[in-house]
Write a new protein. Sequence first.
Length: 275
Amino acid sequence: MNRRNGTAAEDDRVLKARHRAMWALGDYPALAREIIPTLGATLVRSCEVEAGDRVLDVATGSGNAAVPAALAGGEVVACDLTPELLDAGREQAARHNVKIEWRVADAEALPFAEGEFDVVMSCVGVMFAPHHRAAADELVRVCRPGGTIGLLNWTPEGFVGQMFAAMQPYLAPPPPGVRPPPLWGDEEHVRSLLGGLVQDLTMRRDIARVDLFDTPEAFRDYFKSHYGPTIAAYRGIADQPERVAALDRDLAELARRHDRDGVWEWEYLLVIARR
């Protein structure tokens, strides 16, 4: 390995370590359970998981899609970069009395054989892998020919995409080659990643309705305490009270613009394809 490649590999290890630590902050399992409890099941139904299907849930988090896939009869492997999330997933699987194999794994370098799975899916998970091309190639590689690839991703124009846009000015610039997560919710971007590798590629936009918060400030404070990326943004400016106050205002204002009598509509893109 030459020095340049060695430096790139070390930079990538540092980046992945930061991602791993970020997603361990707060309480993402509670957020997934309280705010988006039905999205995993929506993805599983769209992938038409059946009894006996070998299923891989990539960037599973705490198993929001893996558990419904197991309940549908799938033989499920759930993988994620962050071990703490897998621990929460094991607890959730135990509560539902389903068997799932949990693996620590990088979505950009999956430790599975080519064509090993009938269904490869990810519910607002793989979109956060920093290198989109590498992640897309891995999704396709581990899916058998004729198998199903299913993704559910937040859109750039939707509430969560706009939340990341609101946080962006308060974050350090990303390393070269790192793409914004909500691009996975843009049809043209997904087509550029998967179009030449799959067949029967279909995409449709839909809405998750969230009614957990009484006020825009309640939304902001919940994400400040529960959501790793938001917590990390605030930690990065903790010694700059003016910027903390500005981010407080920006997130509350974003929620206020989208508030419809206590209901927020969060748009996502559902992607289904065959290898």
